[in-house]
Ligand binder design. Structure first.
Ligand SMILES: [Ca+2]
Length: 385
């Protein structure tokens, strides 16, 4: 079972003063800049005569067409129990990297850990990656996993010698953040139909409440119909499809998981406990790949979660990766069926040609490619698009 009670924070040690590497170097001959982000060359269309104008315009349009398709980012909502395990922080870093690469657009983060430090930590990570505008919503009054956690609290409270926060943020406390459900309704209503991917890597509390939500000023649709209209895919980290053993994300809020699995109106793809357990995030990457800056909020969380060095399963990262790159062949997807949860949090998959549920399968051959992608994305330096 996953650890829900991290050890107490380690004593703070003063960080050496270092200079950040430049993140926005010009594009090189490969079309990639210093961050790895794609930087297309400028397109020039010189019109020589009125007669040539239509042909030239057509040529320019055809030349630009692949770029337009390539750069259309998928809107993503990240629903997380940030603070209960460090894979949530790494998964958020993966999503920021994918946004920097033009593949997704993080439209909201909603939290299901009922603790005042969860939302501020999410907010400071978003700010670190240059996206302080991303709205953060919190579960209200669930009482689920309220315990404090050093992985989120210690980075949020760290200050420099002059009293400034090491990681600036907008939210002083989760109490300042809005209720997750109206926020979910607002951001869903604003997106095109069948466009949104939701990555749920904590409990099902927020999405179960969304299903039950009534029409409001954001949408005349009740919650289930709003989700059916706007959501393309629900990518969840939940369950265990190797042996059905109760899994933490289901176990902590069984009624909500049961409601979600029974009533969610779109396709659900689950990354089970066995997937993340087979892909351990290497401690060596935390020490090496995040050292481009002296203070990194995700590396900081990792060091505060358990005593270094340790390799941690990548449970939540796999759902983030699959949600944004479902067609990349990282995983094999099961045939359709129905996932059900029992009263103890155990999950069962029943094949059904008409089912909307699937689970991920990882082969030995797929494993190194997935792990490499996760390490590269989680440690990619900020590059705001
Ligand atoms: Ca989680």
């Amino acid at each position: 079972m996953r650890v829900s009670a991290p050890p107490p924070p380690r004593p703070a040690t003063p960080a050496p003063e270092r200079t950040l590497r430049p993140w926005g170097r010009p594009a090189d001959e490969t079309g990639r800049n210093g961050t790895g982000a794609y930087a297309p060359p400028p397109v020039r269309c010189k019109l020589h005569s009125a007669a040539m104008k239509p042909l030239v315009l057509l040529a320019c349009t055809l030349a630009l067409a692949p770029c337009a398709a390539w750069t259309s980012p998928v809107p993503v909502i990240f629903d997380t129990d940030m603070g209960n395990d460090v894979d949530d922080a790494l998964a958020l870093a993966v999503l920021h990297a994918l946004e920097s690469r033009g593949e997704c657009r993080l439209i909201a983060v909603t939290v299901t850990k009922d603790n005042r430090w969860s939302a501020p930590y999410v907010d400071l990570v978003n700010t670190f990656y240059g996206r302080a505008h991303i709205p953060v919503g919190v579960v209200k009054g669930s009482g689920i996993t309220p315990k404090d956690s050093a992985m989120i609290q210690a980075p949020a409270e760290r200050k420099r010698s002059d009293g400034r926060l090491v990681y600036p943020r907008r939210l002083a406390s989760g109490e300042e953040a809005p209720d997750a459900v109206p926020l979910l309704r607002r951001v869903l209503a604003a997106e095109p139909d069948a466009s949104v991917v939701i990555v749920q890597v904590g409990f099902s509390t927020n999405l179960a409440r969304l299903l039950d939500s009534a029409p409001d000023s954001h949408s005349p649709l009740p919650g289930r119909e709003l989700a059916a209209r706007k959501v393309k895919l629900l990518s969840i980290m939940a369950g265990n499809f190797a042996d059905g053993t109760p899994e933490y994300n289901v176990q902590e809020d069984v009624p909500s998981a049961q409601k979600l699995l029974a009533g969610w109106p779109t396709r659900i793809v689950a990354s089970g406990f066995e997937i993340g357990r087979a892909l351990l995030y290497p401690a060596s990457s935390i020490e090496r790949d995040f050292s481009y800056t002296a203070d990194h909020p995700v590396a900081d969380a990792y060091r505060n979660y358990q005593k270094m060095p340790y390799d941690r399963p990548t449970w939540d990262l796999t759902s983030a990766l699959y949600g944004v790159r479902p067609d990349a062949g990282y995983f094999t997807v099961s045939p359709p069926g129905r996932i059900t949860a029992d009263a103890k949090g155990g999950t069962r998959f029943t094949p059904d040609p008409n089912g909307r549920h699937h689970y991920l399968i990882l082969s030995g051959a797929q494993r190194p490619r997935v792990l490499e992608a996760l390490v590269q994305l989680a440690s990619q330096p900020p590059s705001v698009r």
